[in-house]
Design a binder for this molecule. Structure first.
Ligand code: CMP
Length: 142
């Protein structure tokens, strides 16, 4: 998910381009401002932490882009491409390492496991909103 800072700073395209160039396949996408209810469900595991209120306020403060990407070991690959949660610690070449310094306003969110991905995808997409198709490049990226 491109977060409100990523959208506001004009980085939607830059994020998408990196995943496309890597060879991942886009199978779902939405552009929306999250309700408080959805944001709380998304970040349920952080409820009770000192930064939870700030986190919900930030993620609901502007539009966001939800995306579902498929590919070989996609969860781990995307997390490495995003870089460390605290952008000031993120390696150059990662999205956060190239575009951010912040821990909270860190441009992008990605699921941390296939199980989390399944839960987060279900939060944002109905099954019929995910597109099943073949990319002609898939054979080169297996
Ligand atoms: P994200 O991948 O969206 O998952 C949880 C988010 O909480 C994380 O990225 C950060 O944006 C935010 N976060 C984690 N730890 C802190 C912290 N200590 N202070 C503020 N925000 C945090």
């Amino acid at each position: 998910m491109v977060k409100p800072d990523g959208v506001g700073r004009g980085l939607i395209g830059a994020c998408i381009q990196r995943f496309e160039q890597r060879g991942l396949k886009l199978v779902g996408m939405k552009f929306q401002q999250l309700s408080r209810e959805t944001a709380e469900a998304h970040y349920a595991e952080h409820k009770g932490k000192p930064f939870f209120e700030d986190l919900v306020a930030f993620i609901t403060s502007g539009p966001t882009v939800q995306m579902v990407w498929e590919g070989r070991d996609a969860v781990a690959v995307v997390r490495r491409m995003n870089g460390a949660t605290d952008s000031s610690q993120a390696d150059p070449g990662t999205i956060r390492g190239d575009f951010s310094l912040s821990k909270q306003r860190n441009i992008i969110h990605a699921s941390d496991s296939p199980e989390t991905a399944a839960r987060e995808i279900a939060l944002y997409f109905r099954p019929d909103e995910l597109v099943n198709y073949a990319l002609p490049t898939e054979d080169w990226l297996r």
